[in-house]
Design a protein around this ligand. Structure first.
Ligand code: SF4
Ligand code: SF4
Length: 370
């Protein structure tokens, strides 16, 4: 399979590269936790009373985690990103050039999408806008009558090649889901790098100017926040009120809704926890706050997640841990082989990182789940 992203990085990418000082991808640093097997081993080795996720599910009546009807077809088009955030669960960055979905795999995704009943195409990355086939994927998904979501890091919109994207996406009624850790400069820059907050506000202004974030259901602007440390997010509803008034008052920008996400104990956030000696404490907190009411709304139940190389996963987190879906005998866990019947009959793969989705009010690509 060819890597369409190879050679696709233009000089403007380097000019926007940001990251907290000294932060590079685990891969670029050659860090031990660049290995997904090492991440899983580290979590499994913790002495964690109540830390058996399947046991916790069983105790609240879920003998097995099985899917609900598929609603969201999530496509991770690659790990290339103009930023290198400290908490990134993808280990994305400007160095992840070769892991970028090619046109052939995008066409396989579209063909597979036609074999499902999914109503939403959720496009993520890295920075998905940097994939050379991003606009093709959006147009083809829109042409199929799907609701399309672009998971955008905001700063990418300042790249010259993306300058027209707010209008372009608006004309196609694409929902833009933007990550912004906090509405205060200090918290955002600590996680994403100096200057990120100011660039994010400029991008939000451009989105507002294109009609996003004004309450128009066809130009919906969603912000996604995650805690700046080893704690769980606060109430999504009250944070949304606080963010709306803070951003409007201090910066004159508006948005439609806020998703709050817990930091998953994998990849660069796991590395950050290790560095600070906080892994045990954070995992204990996730286990202690396991909330049975979150299970029915787990995103792995209504979503399938396709990796840049076409491999199928129960969710983006399993994807980042190299845990592909369980395929029936004779079938591969690949988008080429995707079949609605076996997809809906599969057993979802879980491990200790799953406590990140069931803690407190729950956490998913759609925010809190309760
Ligand atoms: S968190 Fe998002 S913006 Fe930051 S490095 Fe990862 S993919 Fe890029
Ligand atoms: S990480 Fe979350 S979404 Fe993924 S399989 Fe585990 S519980 Fe489900």
């Amino acid at each position: 399979m060819t890597h369409a992203g190879a050679g696709a990085v233009e000089p403007d990418l380097a000019s926007l590269e940001a990251g907290p000082k000294g932060t590079r991808s685990l891969r670029a640093r050659g860090a031990p936790l660049a290995s997904t097997a090492a991440q899983l081993r580290l979590l499994d080795a913790l002495r964690l009373p109540g830390g058996d996720f399947e046991g916790a599910l069983g105790a609240c009546g879920w003998a097995e985690l099985r899917p609900a009807p598929l609603e969201i077809f999530q496509i991770n088009v690659g790990r290339l990103c103009n930023m290198t955030c400290r908490h990134c669960h993808v280990d994305a960055g400007p160095d992840r050039v070769s892991e970028n979905m090619d046109r052939e795999t995008i066409d396989l995704c579209l063909a597979a999408l036609d074999r499902t009943g999914a109503h939403t195409v959720d496009i993520t990355g890295g920075a998905p806008e940097l994939n050379p086939h991003f606009r093709y994927l959006v147009e083809q998904s829109v042409a199929r009558g799907k609701h399309v979501m672009d998971r955008c890091n905001l700063t990418v919109l300042l790249l010259p090649r993306c300058a027209d994207l707010p209008e372009w996406l608006g004309a196609r009624e694409v929902e833009i889901v933007c990550s912004l850790p906090h509405y205060r400069r200090l918290n955002t820059d600590a996680q994403r790098g100096d200057g990120t907050f100011d660039r994010s506000i400029e991008a939000l202004r451009r989105l507002n100017a294109a009609g996003y974030g004004q309450g128009h259901p066809r130009r919906r602007l969603t912000l996604v926040s995650n805690p700046a440390g080893a704690f769980l997010p606060g109430s999504q509803a009250s944070l949304e009120r606080e963010w709306k008034s803070g951003l409007a008052r201090q910066h004159g920008v508006t948005f439609d809704r806020l998703f709050t996400l817990a930091n998953m104990p994998i990849s660069r956030f796991l590395d950050w926890l290790v560095e600070r000696g906080l892994v045990q404490e954070y995992m204990e907190r996730l286990v202690a706050t396991f909330n049975p009411a979150t299970v029915s709304g787990l995103m792995c139940r209504n979503t399938i997640s396709v990796a840049w190389d076409g491999t199928l996963h129960d969710c983006d987190f399993n994807q980042m841990l190299d845990l592909p879906v369980e395929a029936p005998p004779g079938r591969r866990a690949h988008v080429r082989d995707l079949d609605r019947a076996w997809l809906e009959a599969r057993r979802i793969r879980t491990a200790r990182h799953c406590f990140g989705c069931t803690a407190g009010a729950g956490s998913s690509c759609g925010g809190a789940t309760t």
